[in-house]
Design a protein around this ligand. Sequence first.
Ligand code: DC
Length: 224
Amino acid sequence: MSNINNSAPVVTIDGPGGAGKGTVAAAIAAAKCWHLLDSGALYRIIAVSGEAADIALDDTNSLVALCERLQIVFAAERVQVDGQDLTEAIRTEEAGSSASKVAALPPVREAILTLQKGFRRAPGLVADGRDMGTVVFPDAPVKIFLDASAQARAERRYNQLKNKGLSVNLRALLEQIQERDARDRERAVAPLKPAQDALIIDSTQMTIEEVVAAVMTQLASKVG
Ligand code: DC
């Protein structure tokens, strides 16, 4: 990609699923008119597209080939993959769980690394995921690790799904969250953990507005 800008400032927001990273990242990107990278969406796309093509979630070579050939376009809050709209398909609990499995394969992470770096452009980038501050953008001037208790994250998800009219079981959601956390934290490559220079924010008792304000304050003090 010709216009990658390695000096464009980056805000990284890492943390476990359901901590509010995506909402906070979108709010910061909108406030600053910066680019946005939802890296979890990339892992979800590979998992969902792999399953649609009958590729097993541990078939590393086929998954890497898929990463290299898929045409992924994020625009107007939708995601198109090879011309097909996968916006809703990648948001299910199953897609999240499958994404966590393909994300444990080092060659898949390596293939996605190149894609992710391509999102760094002027005037700046807000990137959310698990390893944005530790691996993908280690020189980012602002690094946030957004945490929340597993119980709080399960309750938030439960309320989101219930508001959509879906019947859900809180205990099953909590178990899925704990299982995904364990896989993301314990994998050998790029495990979920705060970068040494990250500001850790525990959002268990905070509103989204309070978290956004805390990140904006950090951004103003580091980048201006
Ligand atoms: O943030 P999310 O729930 O959309 O992410 C889905 C899965 O993708 C998550 O369980 C782990 C993986 N992932 C990752 O390994 N590294 C990232 N930077 C982002 C997501």
